[in-house]
Structures are given as C-alpha cells and as structure tokens.
Write a protein that binds this ligand. Structure first.
Ligand code: NAD
Ligand code: MN
Length: 502
C-alpha cells in the first residue's frame, strides 16, 4: 500500500492496523510472550484518550529470562563472533526493512505518543534506519591498534563487545532513541535487552520482529516492555548485565548510577536532560532565520526534545524585533490532529505530561514572567492532550521555568547585554546538552562556542547534525555520546595484549 496522503487515509490505515492487532507482548528468545506474571497495562493514545491495546508488563522474572537468553546468545558467538562484514550485511538489511515498514512504524509511533505523522516517518523511522545502517556500514572499516613497542615485543590494543547491554529509552523519540543505542550496540557484537518507555512501547515491540526477519539471531535482541520501577530497575540491578545505556531524565540517570554501584558496577552511559540556551546576538546575520529556528527549537515534537532551545537568550537591541518574528512563526505551530499530515504540533505524550506543562506555565505567571503567546490547553473536546506553544518574556534565569526542564513547548525569553553576560547566563544551568549561537562575527561565534559548557553548539543554526556528529552532554546532561564512531566506545571494552617475542 502506498503512503497515505491525508488525514482520512492515515485514519483508515490506523483502524486496519489496530483491527489486525499490534504487537503488545514481550519479545524474548525470538518469540513474543506475555509477562511471566500475566500482568498487562493499558496503552493509551494521547491523540484522543483511546486505549490502543494492553501491553505486557514485565518485571524481575522476565528480566532474568531475557538476560539469560542474551548471555547465552552472546557466549554462543552466533552474533558476537560473526565476522564484522556479516554483521554489517544483517544491519543493512535491518535498516532496509525498517524503511520498508516506515508507514506502519510511523503510525504506531504517532498513535502511541502523539507526534505528528508528518515527522514520525520522515524523521523518526528514517533516522532510526539510518542509525542502524550507518553503524553497520562502519563496523568492517574500523581497525584496532598496535602499540609502538620495542622490536622484541608486540602490544595489541583490541576492542571487544562488552557482552549484555540493557538499553533503557524514553518516549519522546521512541524508535529513534532505541536505534541510536541498537546501532552501535549490535554492530559491535553485543546482545541487547531493550526496555522502551511504558508510555511508548509499540514501535520497539514491532521492531523486534523486523530485526529477526533481517537475521538478528534470537536472544541477541530482546524487548521488555514495562515500567521503570519494575523491569527497568531489575535490569539496572542485574548482576549479569554488563552495561546500561540510557536516555531519559537526569533524575532517573542518577538513580541508575546508584543501582550500578549497588550491584555489579556495570558501565552506565547516560543521555539525560537539558535546558539549552539559544543565544541571539544583535549582529545575528538573519533574524528571520533565527526566529524560525527558535520557534522550531521549542515547538517541534511539542517541545518534548532534550535539546529543545528552551531558553532564548536575546541581546537587548534585537529583542522586540525577534520576539515579534517568533510570535508570527508560532502561527505555523498550532496544535492539530497528529494524523493530519498538515499538523506540525501534535499531542503531548499523556495527561500527566500535559498537567506538568500547565503547572510550569502557572509557575511562570506566578513568578512574574510575562506571558506573550499561548499558555493554554487546547482541543480538550478530543479527549487528547494538547497544549499551545507558549512564550514567556522578561524571564530571569533564576525563575523555575528557566531552571527546570519542562519538556513541553514553553519558551523562556531572557535578555542580555554583551558576550560575557550571554555566556554566563548560558552556563548558569545544571545541564550542558546543547546551545545555539547567532552572530555574524566569527571570533564572537567561536569564543562563545568554546566558553559554553555543552556537548553540542550550533552556530547560526539550531539542532544540526547527523550520524557523523556525536550527540550528548556535559554536566548533568549525561556522559558518553550517541551517534558517530564515538558511540562505539560505550559498547566495547579495550583489551591490551602484550606479547614477548623472545
Ligand atoms: P524517564 O527518565 O522518566 O524514563 C526514561 C526511561 O527510564 C523509561 O524507559 C522509564 O521506564 C525508565 N525508568 C524510569 N524509572 C526507572 C528506574 N527506577 N529504573 C530503571 N529505569 C527506569 O524519562 P522520560 O520522561 O521517558 O523522558 C524524558 C527525559 O528524557 C527528559 O529528561 C529528556 O531530556 C530526556 N532525553 C534525553 C535525551 C538525550 O539524548 N540527552 C534524548 C531524549 C530525551
Ligand atoms: Mn503511549
């Protein structure tokens, strides 16, 4: 079937898919099975409050079975010892199959977490496929090292897969975050247990079947849906999980470090929260472009983006002009039905998240920020969770809305004078994930970029990058990097083998 082109066609495809039944059981050892406890939880669509299916709620018992399966698969060598060129072929096939199933996966993503269908295929599924193929393509092109030794010795420095990796991922880009982990984890030969968010398990569960079809052997990829405090915690405390890779909140990231310390000191790699400054200087080359980027940086994916440009730092001289341009741009981001291809801003993930966002909007008002755009829940009659993109002006960096990650479409506009103040406000955050810098002055651009304590800086741009660029943060935004060859560090141990020749 060709890709639907309008709301009605997407709705029809959704009904067909739901009538057939979607994958809602855990995926262990190459087959779908209910949780050992038999427990299930409702998968509720934030589009309209409809219950889509009941998903297996995994816990410790399921984690134990999955870890055993992953360990056996790893030790058997069926994947871990496959020649890299063979793993590459399977990964490329996996990516092709993700792409071939793009519409179905996109639909599952949109139904499950409310993001607009115009992005869930083109951005999420295609990005996920790219992460798998890029990692696969790289794996037979990376060489190990030989140390510069004396003539009668050989020092080999080799990389080996860590073993059993548990990947715990969030709900904002479910399939994409999963594949940022799966790509390098599988390419380097590990076995993986994927724990999707309880708020968005559907694409991960469907993807498991696609992976098997592509030739990922059973046991090498297991998917355990369920809650963080049950199955997530069980994996993080498990004595036979070698590495945890995580994307999610800073609060849970810290908890995972504790679990690792309380158990087997498993490696812990964390992509956590952000409160990224997007800095616009008076000499920005193109204010209209900066305004478009600033609007996108807070409204895309309903603001549920770790790199959201949630603090707009604007130099006093261009503040009024920039703000009015952004307000105009926001017209293009009015919430709409996520299955309508014209919709740019969909539903937030659930009612709890909606309440959270509204709570922050009230805090902004209460603390004296000036509400200049949006601020309200909308489309309540649909039964879904929608909120207007919201702009607060006259925000000071000490206010709650400037300090805490809202993870919704709420922009805090903060005024500054000069580069020093911009850098100081920009860095005044517990987070250090990303930053934008808009200026025509090349030395100011570089000086600011260097001074910002953040893992990613975009100059005259926001949210740039592809698989070639590492992604991750400083400070409480996490450690390690996703994407690029740097991501492979998380999934490999380094072995030094020293050989005496006489
Ligand atoms: P979350 O931390 O609540 O949950 C993330 C995952 O952790 C989920 O799968 C959840 O079930 C699991 N979890 C929760 N409690 C757990 C526990 N005690 N033990 C083990 N696992 C547990 O985050 P979220 O609300 O799903 O996602 C939003 C957060 O993710 C935001 O803070 C956002 O900034 C962050 N994020 C970061 C990046 C990045 O790359 N830096 C990317 C996307 C999202
Ligand atoms: Mn959901």
């Amino acid at each position: 079937m060709s890709t639907p082109t309008n709301h009605q066609e997407w709705q029809t495809l959704a009904e067909t898919l739901l009538a057939q039944g979607v994958k809602a059981d855990a995926y262990i050892e190459g087959e779908y099975r209910p949780a050992v406890s038999g427990e299930r939880f409702d998968c509720v669509s934030p589009i309209d409050g409809r219950v889509l299916c009941q998903v297996a709620s995994c816990s410790l018992e399921d984690a134990n079975i999955a870890v055993k399966s992953a360990r056996e698969a790893f030790d058997s060598g069926v994947w871990s010892q496959l020649p890299p060129v063979k793993r590459k072929q399977v990964m490329i096939r996996f990516a092709e199959l993700l792409e071939a199933n793009k519409d179905e996966l996109a639909l599952l993503e949109t139904l499950d977490m409310g993001k607009p269908i115009r992005y869930s295929g083109a951005v999420d599924v295609m990005g996920a496929a790219r992460a798998i193929s890029w990692s696969g393509e790289a794996i037979d092109k990376i060489y190990d090292e030989i140390a510069p030794t004396a003539h009668n010795e050989i020092g080999m420095i080799t990389r080996e897969p860590v073993g059993v990796v548990a990947a715990i991922v969030p709900w904002n880009f479910p399939i994409l975050m999963a594949c940022w982990k799966l790509g390098p984890a599988l390419a380097t030969g590990n076995s993986v247990i994927l724990k999707p968010s309880e708020k968005s398990p559907l694409t991960a569960l469907r993807m498991a079947q696609i992976a098997l079809e592509a030739g990922i052997p059973k046991g090498v990829l297991n998917v355990l849906p369920g809650f963080g405090h049950t199955v997530g915690k069980a994996l993080a405390l498990h004595m036979d999980v070698d590495t945890i890779v995580f994307t999610g909140s800073t609060k849970i990231a810290k908890q995972l470090m504790i679990y690792a310390g309380e158990s087997n000191m498993k490696r812990v790699w964390l992509e956590a929260g952000g409160k990224s400054p997007n800095i616009v200087f008076n000499d920005a080359p193109d204010l209209q472009k900066a305004a478009e980027a600033a609007a996108t940086a807070i409204a895309f994916n309903q603001g549920e983006v770790c790199t959201a440009g949630s603090r707009l730092l604007v130099e006093a001289g261009v503040k009024d002009e920039l703000l009015s341009l952004i307000a105009k741009e926001m017209q293009a981001w009015r919430p709409g039905h996520p299955l309508d291809p014209d919709t740019t801003c969909g539903a937030v993930v659930d009612n709890q998240q909606l309440d959270n966002v509204l709570k922050y909007i009230r805090a902004g008002v209460a603390e004296g920020a000036e509400l200049v755009h949006g601020g309200s829940q909308v489309m309540a009659e649909t039964g879904g969770a929608y909120v207007e993109p919201t702009i607060f002006s006259n925000v000071s960096n000490g206010m709650t809305i400037a300090k805490e990650e809202i993870f919704g479409p709420v922009l805090s506009v903060i005024t500054f004078d000069g580069m020093e103040e911009a850098i100081s406000i920009g860095n005044d955050s517990i987070y250090g994930l990303a930053a934008g810098v808009w200026t025509s002055n090349i030395s100011k651009a570089h000086k600011t970029a260097k001074a910002l304590r953040s893992g990613m800086v975009w100059i005259n741009h926001y949210d740039g990058g592809d698989m070639t660029a590492p992604f991750g943060g400083y400070k409480q935004s996490g450690n390690g990097r996703d994407k690029s060859l740097h991501a492979f560090d998380k999934y490999t141990e380094i072995k030094a083998t020293w050989i005496a020749l006489d």
